[in-house]
Design a binder for this molecule. Structure first.
Ligand code: PLP
Length: 378
């Protein structure tokens, strides 16, 4: 195995989810709070659009960067929703946002380049940096996870800073002040910023602001986004990146020699998602808000510390014991799947991520099991 791949750990969330599925197949009453995907089926008009495309014979390779209509729909979305002026040449459609992260790292990070990650962060960034030969540099958050002393970690090898708002696993929505600080660091030191905005529509408090819209940032930002979370389309594998033309062209080169393009008829579903009725998104957000409130109330009653989430659908909590052991035993004894904090960075060995992309009944039942489990473990 190549050295740079050796350093990468397999996806912990996928491993836990597979074990949870196995236990469920054995008839165990599993509650899966490990997996990061909405528990809703994709809205019908999106499914219909993909089926229609299939029936119309849209079964061929598409251009590597995606079909022109979808690129155009993304450009329009950026203008209307994010107040960002881009051309279709700035957009690449990928099989999932995850692959956009991979291609963007491969396109921009050279051997030995440093990439700044906020601790904790979605671990795929670290994996992609390592696969590109780069060096992840973890920067701790402050106490309430609203800020981080990024400036102290910048060196002459820093190539990129990665931000993710709302964030996985914290649910933090970064404010304008923090984004401006990152902008100043990036501009002063000629650094790229990867801004993963995949949870932009799942915000309960605060507002989404793309760092690309701040002065001087469009030319140094790679926006990552996709359809998985907003439109409950995880299995479709459809995402996109928006970036300066040269970066997009390099990503397209990688895409054309690896996966060729995103699946043809799936891209038609993407157009329907962006241009069609958005009421599903509103309903899903409201449901997530209620679940989050239920979960926060339950954790408060149990006296468990957590990072209060303002967006996404994750709750990051401190279980005050080895999180690996907690996750294994909670699954083994109470059949609840969760993800240990060590899967999200360097300093969260006693923290666990709960994904509340599951029903309120399941959340209430999980809280009962958690109460019982803590009684046993104490
Ligand atoms: C922060 C973040 N970005 C991107 C993704 C990947 O989304 P996709 O399904 O489009 O690959 C995830 C999925 O968990 C995520 O949490």
């Amino acid at each position: 195995m190549r050295e740079r791949v050796k350093a990468v750990q397999p996806s912990a969330t996928f491993a836990i989810s597979e074990l949870a599925k196995k236990l469920r197949a054995e008839g165990k009453p599993v509650i899966d709070m490990g997996v990061g995907e909405p528990d809703f089926v994709t809205p019908k008009h999106i499914i219909d659009a993909a089926i229609k495309a299939l029936h119309e014979g849209k079964t061929f390779y598409t251009p590597a960067r995606g079909i022109p209509e979808l690129l155009q729909a993304i450009v329009e979305k950026l203008k209307v929703e994010n107040d960002l002026e881009y051309g279709v040449e700035n957009v690449i459609v990928t099989p999932g946002a995850k692959h956009a992260v991979y291609e963007a790292m491969m396109a921009t990070v050279d051997s030995g380049d440093e990439v700044i990650l906020l601790d904790p962060s979605w671990v795929t960034y670290e994996a992609c940096i390592l696969m590109a030969g780069g060096k992840p540099v973890w920067v701790p958050h402050n106490e309430d996870f609203s800020d981080a002393a990024v400036e102290e970690y910048v060196s002459d090898r820093t190539r990129m800073i990665v931000i993710n708002s709302p964030s996985n696993p914290l649910g933090v929505v970064y404010g304008k002040e923090f984004l401006k600080k990152i902008r100043d660091i990036a501009v002063d030191n000629d650094i790229l910023v990867m801004s993963d905005e995949i949870y932009e529509k799942i915000i309960f408090e605060g507002e989404h602001l793309s760092i690309a819209s701040l002065d001087g940032m469009k030319e140094r930002t790679i926006i990552i986004n996709g359809f998985s979370k907003t439109y409950a389309m995880t299995g479709w594998r459809l995402g996109y990146a928006v970036a300066p033309k040269e970066i997009v062209s390099t990503m397209a080169k990688i895409q054309s020699h690896s996966v060729s393009c995103a699946t043809s008829f799936v891209q038609y579903g993407g157009i329907a998602a962006l241009k069609g009725d958005q009421s599903f998104v509103e309903q899903m957000r409201e449901e997530f808000r209620q679940r989050r409130n239920l979960l926060m109330k339950g954790l408060d009653e149990l006296g468990i510390r957590y990072a209060p989430p303002r967006g996404a659908f994750y709750m990051f909590m401190d279980v005050e014991m080895d999180a690996q052991v907690f996750c294994q035993e909670f699954l083994r004894k109470e059949y609840v799947a969760t993800t240990p904090g060590s899967a999200f960075g360097q300093s969260f060995d006693t923290w666990v991520r709960l994904s509340y992309a599951t029903s309120k009944e399941n959340i209430s039942e999980m809280l009962e099991r958690l109460k019982r489990f803590r009684g046993v473990m104490q």
